[in-house]
Design a protein around this ligand. Structure first.
Ligand code: FMN
Length: 385
């Protein structure tokens, strides 16, 4: 698709990696960037005060390297001076943009006035933003939900107020806080935000799990870019495939599994390609966090890759126990052998073992219900953001 600008920043693509606390760390961002197609990646949300207090955990969250560029760092907090000073620290450390978390529905963030509580007090929030914008040269963006609940759809008004306060772009997840991750993403709601602002880009977000879903979000909302979270975690190829699809490339049906290395128009990367990228991801985790911590963290990552392997319990039950790289490679080797019983003569999964096609909530006819092919909300980190 297209290059785009956010304030002074020029991006080569209008596809974004959304912040996913506990997942969008340096190794994952590098994996996504190596595959290609992403314009701007975000870190997990980082507590502004923790940065000012020089908390090592906060600094680990913003660890980066030249290949991890351009990078937006997401801050949360509600004290204007802390947010301003933290933004200056990030600018000095080379961040390409600072994003403000206004969509976090978790009590511990909301009750101190950050996250989606910000959406209910737009005057106060605009003042906080103004302080940050005037303190740094890099673009300041905001990420929000549509509002607190269906009776309080505040995103269009808030977006307009934030534009006046100087934000360079708005990310909007098309659900309310009350919705959590249930129900459908409301494309008409995102469109209202697009229509509310004068000229800054609005980036739509929520449930994009296929190139077709990205196109529908662009078409139905008029957004300038789309941001992908969970869809990227289960399929780091999604940016490359979406770019290709939006540029007129042919897309194969989502259910088709290819056996060689994935060509750029294939929606499903082959098992060999998934395994290659998964191993690269583990190597980067070990490089950045050390072997034992990296392997421990990878225990929750590996099952995301295996979702599209076909029958995968034999893999998962051992992958969630690994402590070394060698152990992981043994698990993968044994699994690859075991998996052969599900393959045809060409090495492709027999049709009955193929995972179902993924369908975005807003591309279903029926109301979204918990279905196997729906994108899951990971356990664990959700409780802490
Ligand atoms: C595990 C998890 C962690 C998340 N962490 C953050 C976060 O740190 N900051 C934020 O603004 N949104 C966070 N989100 C919300 C996502 O950025 C995104 O808005 C949401 O998941 C919808 O997009 P998706 O359907 O593409 O995942 C998180 C979501 C999940 C599932």
């Amino acid at each position: 698709m297209a290059a785009m600008r956010i304030g002074s920043l020029t991006l080569t693509s209008n596809l974004f990696l959304s912040p996913l606390a506990g997942y969008t760390n340096l190794p994952f961002r590098l994996v996504v960037r190596e595959i290609g197609g992403v314009g701007l990646c975000s870190t997990d949300l980082v507590n502004a005060r923790s940065l000012l207090e020089k908390n090592p955990k906060a600094f680990k969250l913003i660890e980066t390297r030249p290949a991890d560029s351009p990078l937006a760092i997401q801050l949360f907090g509600s004290v204007p001076e802390e947010m301003r000073d933290a933004a200056q620290i990030l600018e000095a450390r080379g961040a390409a943009a600072v994003d403000i978390n206004m969509g976090c529905p978790v009590r511990k963030v909301c009750h101190v006035g950050g996250g989606s509580a910000m959406m209910t007090e737009s005057g106060k929030t605009a003042a906080l933003v103004r302080g940050m914008v005037s303190a740094v040269k890099i673009p300041v963006t905001a990420k929000m939900r549509l509002g607190w609940d269906d009776q309080n759809i505040t995103a269009p008004d808030l977006a307009r107020a934030l534009e006046d306060a100087g934000v360079a772009g708005i990310f909007v997840h098309g659900r309310t806080r009350e919705q959590g991750f249930g129900g459908r993403v409301n494309l008409a709601g995102i469109r209202k935000v697009v229509e509310a602002v004068k000229q800054i880009p609005v980036i739509g977000n929520g449930d994009i799990i296929t190139p077709q879903a990205a196109k529908k979000m662009f078409d139905d909302t008029g957004c300038a870019g789309v941001s992908i979270g969970r869809g990227a975690f289960y399929n780091p190829w999604i940016f490359q495939h979406t770019l290709h699809y939006l540029n007129g490339g042919v897309s194969v049906p989502a259910s088709r599994l290819v056996s060689s290395l994935a060509p750029p128009d294939a929606v499903e990367p082959s098992f060999a390609e998934r395994a290659r990228v998964m191993c690269r991801h583990l190597d980067l985790m070990i490089e950045v966090f050390g072997e034992l911590p990296g392997c421990r963290m990878f225990r929750k990552v590996a099952p995301w890759y295996s979702r599209r392997f076909g029958p995968c319990h034999e893999f998962n039950k051992r992958a969630v126990q690994i402590s070394t790289r060698t152990e992981f490679h043994n698990v993968l080797e044994d699994y690859t052998r075991w998996r052969r019983q599900f393959l045809d003569d060409h090495g492709e999964l027999l049709p009955r073992f193929r995972p179902p096609a993924m369908i975005a909530s807003f591309m279903r006819d029926e109301p979204a219900v918990a279905r196997r092919e729906q994108i899951p909300v990971p356990k664990g980190p959700v409780e802490v953001w």
